[in-house]
Write a protein that binds this ligand. Structure first.
Ligand code: ATP
Length: 243
């Protein structure tokens, strides 16, 4: 998959020397991280190794105790809660194991929600929402509520919702964990393809080696540190190409 990051351009999202403690427990013990446009990074590692904590620090959900996180050149770890919340709404998207769709809303309104939260009138938001649903093979199912969709369809609605704002970075935590292999593979294909098309970056926490293998790069956390990193993103971004 070619990177859309221009040669010499800085990575989109970088973290340096991230530390996070919970009491005496070290959740992150000095993590350096970078992801560029068009890249997909699988974050793997045993339970309790710090994967979710890393994701939450990168996404500005929690603040690290030390270290820094930048979106392009902007330090996001120093922003106020209000500023980080705005950033999460406008530049980032999130996809979880269970899509967290609103059960009372039809598919198109679920997808339109992030646009409406950003101030777009409902009538304007429904168009792009339906377009995104159609791209994900859900044309004709716009009026269905989540309970009237299969698990895979519902997760594609969640995916449409994550992508409708054209995010810079998509954060996913076990996005196919609740799906069977075939459906999960399909959702992952759409996710990887769309992220590449948008020139976005994907950070996906997963226990699944099949999903990790489909990403452009895998890092493995153990005890809050990166034990294995199967590619140097900084080098590949500078070269304008990924593995
Ligand atoms: N809010 C919290 N309060 C106290 N300790 C926490 C908190 N969140 C995480 N931890 C601890 O930090 C460490 C890293 O947790 P984290 O959830 O990041 O791991 P993980 O790799 O995502 O685990 P899993 O695969 O089980 O979801 C663990 O020891 C965990 O118990």
């Amino acid at each position: 998959m070619p990177s859309t990051t221009a040669p010499g351009a800085p990575p989109m999202l970088t973290a340096r020397a991230l530390h996070k403690h919970y009491g005496a427990a070290v959740a992150l013990g000095g993590v350096d991280f970078a992801v560029g446009s068009g890249e997909s990074i699988a974050v793997t590692g045993p339970s309790g190794s710090g994967k979710s904590t890393l994701l939450h620090c990168l996404a500005g959900i929690i603040r690290p105790d030390a270290g820094e996180v930048r979106l392009y050149d902007e330090r996001i770890d120093v922003l106020s809660e209000r500023e980080r919340s705005h950033l999460r709404r406008t530049r980032f998207s999130f996809l979880f194991q269970f899509g967290q769709l609103l059960p009372e809303l039809p598919a198109d309104e679920n997808v339109a929600l992030p646009l409406m939260l950003g101030g777009m009138p409902r009538r304007n938001a429904l168009g792009p929402a339906r377009e995104r649903l159609a791209q994900l093979g859900l044309a004709g199912k716009e009026d269905r509520r989540p309970g009237e969709l299969s698990g895979g369809e519902a997760q594609r609605v969640a995916l449409a919702r994550a992508l409708v704002v054209r995010p810079a970075v998509v954060f996913a935590d076990e996005p196919t964990g609740a799906l069977d292999r075939a459906t999960g593979d399909q959702v992952m294909s759409v996710l990887l393809q769309t992220v590449a098309e948008l020139g976005a970056a994907l950070v996906v926490v997963t226990h699944d080696p099949v999903i990790a293998a489909r990403c452009t790069r895998t890092i493995e956390l153990v005890d809050g540190r990166i034990r294995r990193d199967d590619g140097s993103l900084a080098g590949s971004v500078r070269a304008g190409a990924t593995r």
